[in-house]
Design a protein around this ligand. Sequence first.
Ligand code: AMP
Ligand code: GLY
Length: 464
Amino acid sequence: MLSRLFLWVARCRWAPIEPRAYDRRMVLTDPIHVLLIGGGGREHALALGLSRSPMLKTLYATHTSNPGIARLAEPVDVPVSSEEIYRLKQFCDRKAIDLVVIGPEEPLALGWADQLRIRGDGTERWVFGPDARGAKLEADKSYAKQFMRSASIPTAEARIFDRPEHATEYLRSRDELYVIKAAGLAKGKGVVIPKTNEEGLNAIDAMMRGGVFGDAGKTILVEEMLNGTEVSVLALMDGKNIMILPPCQDHKRLGDADTGPNTGGMGAFCPAETISEQVMRQLETDVFVAAADALRRDEIEFRGVLYAGVMLTAGGPKVLEFNVRFGDPECQPLLARMESDLLELLVATASGRLDEIDLRFHEKHAVCVVLASKGYPKDPQLGDRITGVERAEAMDDVFVFHAGTKLDPDGNLITAGGRVLGVTALGETPELARKLAYQACKEIQFEGMQMRTDIASFAVTAPR
Ligand code: AMP
Ligand code: GLY
C-alpha cells in the first residue's frame, strides 16, 4: 500500500512540464542494442531486467566472466579499460549500440560516460550514468560535502583536511564521536568509525601518510557521528525530471545485529517502510530537487541514478553520502519488484523523457540476502566450489544474482569475490519474502560461507 503511495508522491517535476492526461506511451518504437558495463550482482539484476524487455535486440556485456550475466548477454570482444577506452567506443559503433548502461562508480568517475556518449560520426548515443563531473558527487566526498552545503542539503557536519598534522590536531581537540572518511573512491572501505581517539589518529595516519587508499586518502573528512536508521533512497534523473524510487534498506555490517566490520552490504530489502511518507516528501524537496537545482546551476546534466544514503536522525533525515549508481545489493530487491520495462526506463532516463514513463512496482516485498566468501571483507577466500544454486533459483519468486562467482575450467561454479551471491525473494509481506529468501539460501553451500541471519528482520517488526 505504502509503496504505491511513494511512487505517487515521488513523481516530481522540477522543471515545469505542460500537464497532460497520463497515458502509457512507448519510449521506444524499435528494438535496440544495449551494452552493459560492470560485473557484480547489481549488473546481473540489470541484465535480467533488460533481457526481459521486448524492445531489446541484443544485450552485450563487458563482464561475461560472471556466469549469471553470461547467460543473458553476448560478450564484448575487445579489451575493456580506461587506457584503451577508444576500443570500447569502436565496439559501440561497430555493433550499433544505442544505449550504454554503466553499473559501477569507477568507470563513471573515469569519464566513460563522456566518452561513450559520442558516436564515431559525432552524433549522440544514450548513456545511462552521469559524466565525470556528475560522478564527482560520489568520487570526491569533499566536493560532495561542499555541494551539499551550497545547496542547503541536510548532511552531517564535517571538516575537510589535506594535511595530516591539521587533521591530527583537530582530532585531539574533539571528545564527541566522529567518523573518518577518505575523500576519494576506496571500494567501499574508506570509512572508519573509530571507537577511541587513538584508532582515529591511526586511521588518519594510515590514510594520509601510509597511503592505504592511494590518492583517494590524501584528503579526508572528519564528520560528526550520526545515529539513527539508515535508508537508501534512489532517484532517476534525466536532466529535467526526477523520479524517486521506492526506498530500500541495506545492512552494512558483516554480523547479525549490526556487529563486525562495515561491508559493501550484506543484504537489503525493499520497500523500507521504516521511512514515512512525510520524510519521503522532505527528501524529495530538500535533497533531490535541491541537488537537481545545484547540478543545473553548475551546468552538469545528470542522466542516471542519484543514490542518497540517508540517516534518519532525531533531528530529521541527513545525507551521509551520494552515490551516482544503483546501490548493490539494493538494486537486486528493487529490480526484483519492478513491473515496468527496465529498458524503456533506462532509455527514458538517458534521453530526458522520464515524464513519459509509467513506473510500476509489484505490491510484493523483496528481500535480498548476500552470501559472502570466507574471510570477507578483509581477506576473501576465492576458488571454493559452490553447489545448490540451481535448486535455489528453481523456487518460485526467487532470483539468485551472481556477484563474485565464475566457472572453473571444468565448468564448476566457484567463488571469485567477497560477495558471492545475492539471494533475492519476493513475498506478500516482508515476513514471507524473508522466509523464502532464507529457505533458498539453505540450498546453497560453499566452504566458509558467511551470511547474516537477520536481514530485513526490522522490516518484519516495523509497525505497519
Ligand atoms: P559512506 O561511504 O559515506 O556511506 O559510509 C559508509 C557507511 O559508514 C555508511 O553507510 C554508514 O553506515 C557509516 N557512516 C558514514 N558516515 C557516517 C556518519 N556521519 N555517522 C554515522 N555513520 C556513518
Ligand atoms: N550498498 C551500498 C552501496 O551500494 O554503496
